[in-house]
Design a protein around this ligand. Structure first.
Ligand code: PEP
Length: 249
């Protein structure tokens, strides 16, 4: 079976204003152009306020654009929300869904995430579905059950495997400097592949949670790991590239 292409995703969260965001995007592009051809894919997910400006900046470059969330509907009376079709219209190709910050701080359920995923794929976006256990679930030994249920319940009946990426992001590892051991990450990725069934052979599975230039290589050396989803370390161009280059390891 052909090896899955690697993918590095930067989640800028709610950081960046127009000037700083454009400086970062231009710097990332400059470094991408200097390294062409890339042997992996790179996606940046800025806050939605910067989407259009960054879309213009990275058009025609190796970088691809993503968003951090979308609504379940294509349009309608949903004040403050943004649809997947609107994101696609701005040049987005990916959207992160089910991030633990949205599950925990916005009460998003697996069922809601499944509806968002369906909407994203209908709009032509690739969904980056985040799954992962909390510290309490880890302590109670329920990681396998939680992850399996998240994968099964967050996927609508007719999802498109070709437009799906899964990110294993333990909630306790996000922004904490803590991480599972690399072989534990590989084990959980295998559990995700099993839960996916036949689609598990082709769907890229990323790891996310306190990835840094110092620990990226050990994670990416795991065959099971098809790339990384990077939060805080992605808003520094040199740091993000130092992580991305470990994809060549
Ligand atoms: C994230 O926000 O998806 C993430 C992994 O954050 P961090 O890298 O900062 O832990």
């Amino acid at each position: 079976m052909a090896k899955r292409r690697r993918l590095v995703v930067g989640n800028w969260k709610m950081y960046g204003r127009l000037t700083s965001g454009l400086v970062l995007a231009r710097d990332l592009v400059e470094q991408a152009e200097a390294r062409k051809p890339l042997h992996f894919d790179m996606v940046i997910c800025p806050p939605v306020t910067l989407t259009w400006a960054i879309s213009e900046t990275i058009m025609g470059t190796p970088l691809m654009l993503g968003a951090q969330d979308c609504h379940t509907a294509t349009h309608g009376a949903y004040t403050g929300d943004i649809s997947a079709a609107q994101l696609a219209d701005l040049g987005c190709r990916y959207v992160i869904l089910g991030h633990s910050e949205r599950r925990l701080k916005h009460g998003e359920s697996n069922q809601l995430i499944a509806q968002k995923l369906e909407a994203a794929q209908l709009a032509g976006l690739t969904a980056i579905l985040c799954v992962g256990e909390t510290a309490e679930q880890l302590a109670s030994g329920s990681t396998t059950d939680i992850i399996t249920r998240q994968v099964q319940e967050c996927l609508p009946e007719k999802y498109r495997a070709a437009h799906l990426v899964i990110a294993y992001e333990p909630a306790w590892a996000i922004g904490t400097g803590q991480q599972p051991a690399p072989d534990t990450i590989a084990e959980v990725h295998k559990i995700i592949r099993q839960a996916l069934g036949i689609a598990g052979e082709t769907v890229q599975i990323l790891y996310g949670g306190s990835v840094s230039p110092a620990n990226a290589e050990a994670i990416l050396l795991q065959d099971e790991v098809d790339g990384v989803l990077v939060g805080s370390a992605s808003i520094n161009s040199d740091g993000f590239w130092a992580i991305a280059e470990k994809c060549n390891a």
